[in-house]
Design a binder for this molecule. Structure first.
Ligand code: 5GP
Ligand code: ZN
Length: 135
């Protein structure tokens, strides 16, 4: 099966840890500003921006600026980065005024998890009642 350039680079580098942006990765390009996005919160190591196809009144993506393929790699990296990312997800909820009413944080992981962009990201969804189970 053919690999995307991102996947090929991931195979060559040490698993799950990159200090620089990965060519041809959409979210690396958003992190560097090469592709525009509507920024909600700008952190030193993390960035929050609006999803291009919102599934709720608030739908914001929170990413590490450095490239990790998924949340498992981010957790493995350590250094408090995953904590910082989840903390920023909560800050997004506060900024959007949905911390009191509640919100959902989702890490789609892998193919059957529904992950379509291979750069770790949390979805912050809120502003309406969420249903369970998810589709
Ligand atoms: P996943 O499916 O990997 O969990 O989430 C990827 C998300 O990225 C999707 O919700 C999709 O709408 C969003 N997305 C895809 N392309 C772009 C883009 O160019 N800009 C922004 N802001 N979001 C995008
Ligand atoms: Zn990336």
């Amino acid at each position: 099966m053919p690999h995307s350039p991102c996947e090929v680079l991931q195979q060559k580098a040490a698993p799950g840890h990159y200090d620089r942006d990965v060519p041809d990765c959409l979210f690396c390009a958003i992190a560097t500003g090469d592709i525009p996005a509507t920024i909600v919160l700008d952190g030193k190591r993390t960035l929050a921006f609006r999803d291009i196809s919102p599934q709720a009144p608030t739908h914001v993506l929170v990413i590490p600026r450095d490239h990790y393929p998924d949340v498992a790699a981010l957790a493995e990296a350590g250094g408090g980065l995953l904590d910082e990312l989840v903390g920023q997800a909560h800050q997004v909820a506060v900024a959007e005024g949905i911390d009191g009413s509640g919100y959902r944080v989702v890490f789609n992981t892998g193919r059957e998890g529904g992950q379509t962009v291979a750069h770790a990201h949390a979805h912050v969804l809120g502003g309406r009642s969420m249903t369970w189970p998810p589709g």
